[in-house]
Design a protein around this ligand. Structure first.
Ligand code: PLP
Length: 430
């Protein structure tokens, strides 16, 4: 029976939302409409976001802040309105705590270089986890090498959750910063950020949250969670690529030296010195991502209209459906915890089929787009004893029928590559 038929329809968002996304009506294969399950890498954009971007280029574009002509004033107004939208979206106190960057990676590098460079001493510890994206590992490795700080990693439990007992042991007065993802882009694990911030603060450490996978999918409130820094990307939440956010508490950002030097980030420049601008300009050197920020603002309007709680609920249904069906397949290993501890993605590995081959056939024969590889979590894959996995990641425009397409593809690929593979009936505890 179709897995889709077993679903509680009342928890789902309407299928008609898909019509807002022009690219989703594209056929990849004749007779196979696109099934896009690669949303953790980048989502698609609704017409409203595409229109906002083309509108600004058609009617309102000029460089921001420096001009006194109408177009510059208009694009400055839209750019600053975007900042205000982001502020409200993540519950920050002040718009000046919201810095536009090129993305999550750039935001984390900003903190590592600026805060880390100014504050880390030999022997200080940065506590991160084994489930981090390379973006939340490599910048800390780099700054640790430069400052003599030491990097420590919180392990995971058997079922792919953060080992909080180990966290408690690793956290000490030497810990200066905890750098952790709110949702693992490979395991799907939702981490207990509120508990982490409260314990870290009690130990005197700051907390940076890599929120690339949470801000697009569930409500995030920086004040309630008391995070010190939060990083995320526009392209994972219906917005354009090339824009992301660093949220930082005002007192911390104020005390940090500028990261990049150049135009816009200065108050006054002499031949041999400069004074930095106030926040947020201090961290926005050069021409910022003007149209992408305005596109991100339209994406936030769209997400607010649907509601983040409803999006999360919808994704939970799809995840449960996929998890239950995948856990019945012999020779397939699901990475990460049971659905109640995970967000809207499921990664898995086959005993006998390489993830790349698998994803290729799914695309070429079924029009199903999934991601295959290490998902920028090589250390985590090494720990799990595999070099690659396949990841199906959902968004609110996916429907249970898309999970059926995935399952149909898996079954076909299995009989193609491993005819001996059979479905098994096994009860899974969740
Ligand atoms: N952190 C996580 C958890 C991610 O999933 C990603 C992207 O996949 C990143 C960081 C990097 O984001 P970006 O490439 O937009 O900088």
């Amino acid at each position: 029976m179709s897995a889709a038929k077993t679903v509680d329809q009342s928890a789902l968002l309407p299928e008609s939302l898909r019509d807002d996304f022009p690219i989703l009506s594209r056929d990849i294969l004749e007779g196979h409409p696109l099934v896009f399950l690669d949303n953790a890498a980048s989502t698609q954009r609704p017409r409203q976001v595409i229109d906002a971007i083309s509108n600004v280029y058609e009617h309102d574009y000029a460089n921001v802040h420096r001009g006194i002509h109408t177009l510059s004033e208009r694009s400055t107004e839209l750019y600053e309105l975007a900042r205000e939208k982001v502020r409200a979206f993540v519950g920050a106190k002040h718009a000046r705590e919201v810095i536009f960057t090129p993305g999550t990676t750039a935001s984390i590098n900003l903190v590592a270089r600026s805060w880390g460079g100014a504050n880390l001493q030999p022997g200080d510890e940065i506590l991160t986890t084994v489930m981090e994206h390379h973006s939340n590992l490599v910048p800390w490795q780099q700054i640790a090498a430069e400052t003599g700080a030491v990097l420590r990693h919180v392990p995971i439990t058997e079922d792919g959750r953060l080992d909080m007992a180990a966290f408690d042991q690793l956290l000490s007065e030497r810990t200066k910063l905890v750098a952790v993802c709110s949702i693992s882009n490979t395991l799907g694990t939702i981490n207990p950020i509120d508990e982490i911030t409260s314990k870290a603060h009690a130990a005197g450490a700051l907390v940076l949250v890599d929120a690339a996978q949470s801000v697009p999918h569930m409500p995030v409130d920086v004040l309630k969670s008391d995070v010190d820094f939060l990083a995320f990307s526009g392209h994972k939440m219906l917005g354009p690529s090339g824009v992301g956010i660093l949220y930082g508490k005002e007192s911390l950002l104020d005390a940090m030296p500028p990261f990049l030097g150049g135009g816009s980030m200065i108050n006054e420049v002499r031949l041999d010195s400069f004074t930095p601008a106030e926040l947020p300009a201090k961290f926005e050197a050069g021409t910022p991502p003007i149209a992408p920020a305005i596109g991100m603002s339209a994406a936030i309007d769209y997400l607010n209209h649907i509601g983040l709680e409803a999006i999360h609920r919808h994704e939970q249904v799809l995840t449960q459906l996929a998890y239950d069906a995948l856990s019945q397949i012999e020779g397939l290993r699901i990475l990460g915890p049971a659905p109640k501890h995970r967000a809207g993605l499921v990664s898995f590995a086959f005993e006998r089929i390489h993830a790349h081959e698998f994803a290729q056939v799914l695309n070429d024969q079924f029009g199903v787009a999934v991601r295959a590889g290490h998902h920028c979590t090589q250390p985590l894959h090494a720990l799990l004893g595999i070099s690659a996995s396949t990841r199906a990641s959902f968004y609110f425009y996916n429907q249970p029928e898309n999970v059926d397409c995935l399952l149909e593809g898996i079954s076909a690929v299995q009989s193609m590559f491993a005819p001996q593979g059979r479905r098994r009936r096994r009860k899974h505890n969740s």
